[in-house]
Write a protein that binds this ligand. Sequence first.
Ligand code: NDP
Length: 444
Amino acid sequence: MSYVDEVLEQVIRTNPAQPEFHQAVQEVLESLRVVIEKNEDAYRKDALLERITTPERQLLFRVPWVDDNGQVHVNNGYRVQFNSAIGPYKGGLRLHPSVNLGVIKFLGFEQVFKNSLTGLPIGGGKGGSDFDPKGKSDREIMAFCQSFMTELYKYIGADTDVPAGDIGTGAREIGYMFGQYKRIRGVFEGVLTGKGLTYGGSLARTEATGYGLLYLTEEMLRCNGKELAGKTVVVSGAGNVATYAIQKAWQLGAKPVTCSDSTGWVYDPDGIDVDVLKDVKEVRRARLTEYVKARPNAQYHEGRGVWSVPCDVALPCATQNELHLEDAEMLVKNGCFAVAEGANMPTTLDATKYLQDHGVLFCPGKAANAGGVATSALEMSQNSERLSWTFEEVDSKLKTIMVNIFHNLDNAAKEYGMEGNYVAGANIAGLLKVANAMTAQGII
Ligand code: NDP
């Protein structure tokens, strides 16, 4: 049995009931086969793949909190410190009822490669809780965040592990967590990113993932003889990533026509109105049914369905496994020629393969959505310097990073004879740096 197959089999056997983690490892290892097989004996002797697929540390803890009626609730808290070979652990905190250890491990594993691709000195980690922020009062959110940080603070720090936002963890939650960390530790340090601008946050961090996605997509299209301007773009999600992807798509001359949330989706033939979307989702925290009330030409549909809208470019920006094989078939049938993932692992393995087999330019999330973590690393730099850069400064660094990421993975794919396979390119480029650093640091 090949080394890759051996490790895959072992990961599935020793991490039972963690399908998302298995999927992420399988996607990475399959596309790395050609690299591993070139150095199989050395990698096997050093157990490099076993080490890279096993988190350095997995923290599971109880998070008790009291609701507005005095009722005590208990949630599960997680922090998986996956790999610190190239820098302090870095990765977001997800607050969503679907969170479990397997989900956090898949996200942490992907984060290792993503962070490596940015070219910045950051290792990979991820955390969160199965707490559902929806429908909770501000006081209940604060109670949860303070309790969560009362345990988490023991394991994090500006030079060890720097968490950030993710699904369900926005500026409000980061603020409550930062306040509690500072109160317990008595130090004002850049222990979290995604902070508010008045206490160490970076300009352009809010926009970074969505903007970065579009910078990379534009470069991918340009290098393939196409352009983004004038194209119809279909976006899923209506959160942080989707909103700023839609905004930047407009700025680059494209027309984004859809968005979605966990209950339904909107098609706006005139293009999504970003101000209305922000008002509904960021200010009023309401459902997308409110969007169509303000935009009479727009249509609201229950359930899933954005991928049925004809488009040139598709940007899944909601959550994992939201673009299935039948969606990929529909996209190809309708003439879509590029898919770039704003969310983490939104495309299933069979859908990815179908898109690639049908000549669709496909950029995986670990590269396409790396703008968020890259700008988080820029926030860490500003905190260390005790300086704040202008929006334009951060945005221009972000654009350079995204363009470099694309060329990095494009070149890696070419070097290993897989031109145009950006999934393989991202995994190869991400792995080589981490593997070299791990090897240099000995068996740890
Ligand atoms: P948000 O919580 O701001 O938004 C998530 C959006 O996806 C919401 O519209 C939500 O709907 C929808 N959604 C969530 N779960 C589901 C589901 N099961 N089915 C359908 N829709 C769903 O999160 P972000 O925009 O920050 O994150 C989106 C994705 O991007 C995630 O995969 C995240 O890991 C990834 N990512 C985020 C980064 C960031 O900087 N924020 C950085 C890199 C990756 P509803 O409004 O109903 O909750």
